[in-house]
Design a protein around this ligand. Structure first.
Ligand code: AGP
Length: 609
């Protein structure tokens, strides 16, 4: 996610801005910049890459001033480049804006502003805000920003300055965090607490729709209608490390809790008012989509498990055969790929060597390649024909969590789009699925709100497990596979996932009281079969931990521990069911004293074969 810092006060503003941006580096970024108001003009310095490049540029050519704004950019629209880096100016260069979020209607606003004579210099959605504020500015910057935000669809955290006003920063937010650190004779606007801690622990939290006018000695806030409001203030006790983790003990736990937002932001704007699925990135006409005869998914690790979910969805909804292959196999198997094949490359980092090689292999054989990734400007975005971005924000923990559920959210959109183009789902069916998807962030919140049973499990299974089996049926199988991978990679307990129906074909020989069995047994077509499998393993001494549907009282007869999830349609189970399994692995690993953010032998992105 992008990082915002704004400062007004007696200190040298570039020192405060650069130090504040450094405190936000953990959020991930690909470029950075500052804008300083001094003697009636705005001086902007922007650099691609690490913050050190910007720091060096400012050291070479110091910028004087006591008010300014700064930004670290996690690209969502427009590749990482100096012209796309924030701050963004209006036509006159007398307004500067930094932004965190996604402006969904930026294309139409850009066209409207260009038609009115505004000249754009970047590919970003943010620059639209600069020109919109310019078009509405009549001497009152706060009012111009307030009126501009009423035209914006989507999420924003903004900090805005004007060359005419050397004492004021305007801050505004909707669905994207923004706080104001209240100091003595100084105030600091920021995306997150780490950026303000060395100046103050007194924090004012802006609410959605509010606009703040910030000077060195005052903070005044109005609501979306321009009426004065009083904001909640809080005193922060956190140290810096705790603040970077948002108060969570580990980045992994923080990112598990960011999943409602990751899913919501990935689904944002994907359903048109006319009921059509919005997926322009597919860059195919309806006829071309209808002409797709095969889909091949290539991916590794957790992304491969997301691909297995996609297989069920696309085959069921769009009636198109789907093969899912690990990239390290696909690239060497002389794959059968043709012009009627859509290859979907799933890679959160966009840098996985085997997946990149498979993309090249598929394209060389004439397939159209669609990438699903979390990192704008990553290698895969430059090699695929089209890109769907997940909007999970940077994932710091090596174990994939929020990027997994965000990938599945993106795959739901793709499957719906294919089904709509092929006419295999009616408009009513598409809307029914969409309503279910819209409910998922709230369902994840509910699961996250009750973790007691998980911590109980962790204490019981942290020692003495020789191995563990993860079982599921249908769309529950990839969830079981992901749960096994999570446990393996962060707690180092061996875990193996199987389609539950396979138990009789060998794995049941492994069952002893020291091999707990985790099963996905949510309501669905094969629920009774999974219950039978649970009875089989328990009859042989296994203890069972079962993910089940809220309200299912029957399941308690077959489980030592039940991890309930709210009821959803069977096709929508993967996202809710994945969350308790992520947490189970997390709590067991923590109980074992493992480093969950940097597990041994693992890297966040496998850029080598
Ligand atoms: C998952 O927790 C692991 N970090 C790993 O399996 C990962 O999913 C795999 O390396 C693929 O990474 P990618 O999505 O960036 O291509």
């Amino acid at each position: 996610m992008c990082g915002i810092v704004g400062y007004v006060g007696p200190k040298r503003v570039t020192d405060v801005l650069l130090a504040g941006l450094a405190r936000l580096e953990y959020r991930g970024y690909d470029s950075a910049g500052i804008a300083v108001v001094h003697e009636g003009s705005i001086e902007t310095v922007r650099r691609v890459g690490k913050l050190s490049h910007l720091i060096g540029a400012v050291a070479e050519d110091p910028v004087e001033g006591s008010i300014g704004i700064g930004h670290t950019r996690w690209a969502t629209h427009g590749r990482p480049s100096e012209e796309n880096a924030h701050p963004h100016a209006d036509c006159t260069g007398r307004i500067a804006v930094v932004h965190n979020g996604i402006i969904e209607n930026y294309t139409e606003l850009r066209e409207e502003l260009q038609a009115a004579g505004h000249t754009f210099r970047s590919e970003t959605d943010t620059e639209t805000v600069s020109h919109l504020v310019e078009s509405l500015y009549a001497g009152d910057l706060a009012e111009a920003v307030r009126l501009a935000t009423r035209r914006l669809h989507g999420s924003y955290a903004l900090a805005v300055v004007h060359a005419d006003d050397t004492g004021t920063i305007i801050a505004a937010r909707r669905d994207s965090p923004l706080i104001i650190g209240e100091g003595a004779g100084e105030n600091i606007v920021a995306s997150d607490i780490p950026a303000v801690l060395e100046h103050t622990r007194e924090i004012l939290v802006l609410e959605d729709g509010q606009v703040a006018t910030v000077t060195a000695d005052s903070i005044s806030v109005v609501d979306a209608e321009g009426l004065p409001v009083t904001c909640e203030r809080m005193h922060v006790e956190w140290d810096l490390e705790a603040a970077e983790k948002g108060g969570y003990e580990d980045f992994m736990l923080k990112e598990i809790h960011e999943q409602p937002k990751a899913v919501r932001e990935t689904l944002r704007g994907r359903m048109g008012e006319d009921g059509t699925v919005q997926l322009s990135e597919l860059a195919m006409t309806t006829e071309e989509v209808a002409g797709i005869r095969r889909v091949i998914v290539i991916a590794c690790g957790t992304s491969y498990h997301a691909g297995l979910v996609a297989k069920t969805l696309v085959e069921q909804w769009a009636r198109v055969p789907v093969e899912v292959d690990v990239s390290s196999e696909f690239r060497y198997r002389d794959p059968i790929v043709g012009g009627d094949t859509l290859v979907v490359a799933i890679t959160q980092s966009g840098e996985t060597a085997d997946t990149l090689a498979s993309v090249r292999e598929a394209r060389d054989r004439g397939a159209k390649v669609l990438a699903i990734t979390n990192v704008v400007g990553s290698r895969v975005t430059r090699e695929a024909d089209g890109v769907i971005y997940t909007h999970a924000g940077p994932e710091i923990g090596v174990a994939a969590t929020k990027t997994f559920t965000a990938q599945i959210a993106a795959l739901y959109v793709l499957a719906l789009k294919l089904a709509q183009a092929k006419g295999t789902l009616s408009p009513a069916q598409v809307q029914h699925v969409w309503s279910g998807l819209m409910a998922l962030p709230g369902i994840i919140e509910r699961i996250l709100g009750d973790q007691g049973a998980l911590q109980e499990c962790a204490d019981q299974y942290k020692d003495g497990c020789l191995s563990s089996l993860f079982l599921g049926r249908g769309i529950g199988v990839p969830v079981a596979m992901e749960g096994a991978l999570k446990l393996k990679e962060i707690s180092y307990i061996h875990a193996e996932a199987y389609p539950a129906g396979e138990m009789k074909h060998g794995p049941i020989a492994l069952i002893t009281p020291h091999v707990p069995v985790v099963a996905v047994a949510t309501k669905g077509r094969t629920y009774d079969k999974v219950v039978s499998n649970l009875q089989e393993v328990r009859a042989r001494g296994a203890e069972t931990i079962v993910v089940a549907t809220e309200g299912d009282t029957e399941i308690v007869k077959h489980a030592e521990h039940v991890l309930y999830v709210p009821e959803t349609d069977e096709d929508l189970v993967p996202i809710p069911a994945a969350v308790p399994l992520q947490l189970l692995a997390y709590y067991i690993a923590k109980a074992k004293g493992c480093n969950v953010d940097q597990p041994r032998n693992l890297a966040k992105s496998v850029t080598v074969e």
